[in-house]
Write a protein of this length. Sequence first.
Length: 289
Amino acid sequence: MNSIRKLSTVVFLIVCLLTGFIYFFYNKISSHKNVTLKIGLLPYKGTEQLINVNTPLLKHVTDEVGVSYQLIIPESYEEMLAMFSGKELDLALLGGHVFLKAHHDDGAKAMVISDLDMKNRTYFISRNIGQNMTIESFKGKKFCFGDQMSTSGHLMPRMYLGEKEIIPESYYASVEYSGSHDRSVEWVLDGRADLCAVHGNVVDSMMAYGAISSKDLSIIWESPTYHDNVWVAQAGMSTKLFSSIKKAFINMTHANEMHKSALNKLGIKRYVAVDIGNYKSLSEASIGF
């Protein structure tokens, strides 16, 4: 009789363990069943390059959360903001300035930022002509910003120029907007612009991959660091889904080979949690902008 009782107890415990095991994994896989995230990427680089470097990351995050995704890369920063405002995007990588607008207008929630984007810089670049030049050396020359809504390609460089008492429109012969950082680099190399303000990390990446060389291009001035590109979600995203996505980003580590491969594609080491408070200084710089 005691043997039967013991056997029943063992069987009961095994059933309980199996039930808990099955429930845990079923819940992990199906908690967001049939959800397709519409994910937007800010068009600060060429479309092909954005897809190439972000695909391993997005596949990992969505697989981890148990959802599928649709990647959307708008034509411009303005279109990106309009799509987010129109709830056509669930999750998006936004520049700091665009994020502040989306937060102010639509309650966008900051999620994570990479270690690289925590220390972004603006470069003022020109063709390498073998001379020591300063920003002031280009008075009366052709100047370009990136997109008008770009943090590193317009907002911050305009602020830095203002600190030098330079009003671009009257200081330079012409001021144009290229629309993206890689196009700004092209304009400098092609001679369409003599001096351009660009995202420092984009230039570093292009040099690292051999797309451009220091023999062709000079960094005239480098800014202090500031927070920039950030992953954000719609205000209406459920707390559970928001937390799951955030956790998938933050848990990525170089100790895991698959994670390491995806992070290396982006040139980063990790993602960390971020909120609107981290953009206080940028918010102050954008007043009246």
